[in-house]
Ligand binder design. Sequence first.
Ligand code: ADE
Length: 241
Amino acid sequence: MKITVLTLFPELFEPYITTSIIKKATLQSYVSIECINIRDFTLDKHQRVDDTPFGGGAGLVMKAQPIMDALDHVRTPDSHVIYLTPVASTYTQVKAKELSTHQHLILICGHYEGVDERVLSMVDDVISIGDYILTGGEVAAMVVMDSIIRLIPGVISSESIISESFEEHLLEYPQYTRPEEVRGMKVPAILLSGHHANIEQYRKEQSLLKTMKYRPDLLLKAKLNEKDRKFIQKHVNKVEK
Ligand code: ADE
């Protein structure tokens, strides 16, 4: 997969793409990432990338021409073009999976009050990462890239992907590692028992409890068996909010 980021601040991406799993994914050629400076596509001598909004109002709007020309420069028939904006439906793991199948993603990062609306005529998708306003699309682009790159087969173990939160619409169960006791708090004994069926059942119940506590809305979509339903009924009044 190739990911091209169109941004006014390519330097923001440097530490992110040269660290940890993303660095490894690029070195092992699972993904190649290029960051293009939209300012390089300005045509005036002041390299102006923004201007005041027609109709008045606060702030500055990113001009269409530099973004459109940058897009023409990097786009191929295989490209899927995404604009990061709070004015879109919210990003999910399902969307991450869908995007991880594309050959080439182009992520356009807005700044200031967003981009001239006519840029949207050239994009395939708009994505918001949540109901809050960021200073620009760069952090959102990193969130989207991160969630997609880790899904590329080989980047991380496929087992980690299968058993994680949002698979089956349940939050993930709690994890523990050595030592067995930290500041008087012990690892649940069942996890040390070596009894795989009991551990699996315990983890399922912990998943249900976490989901009941933090994301009860997800339970409507989860595939629950009779045992799960009984467990929920028994614990519904005991979950602290
Ligand atoms: N740009 C500014 N806020 C954003 C958000 N919540 N999601 C995506 N892009 C953004």
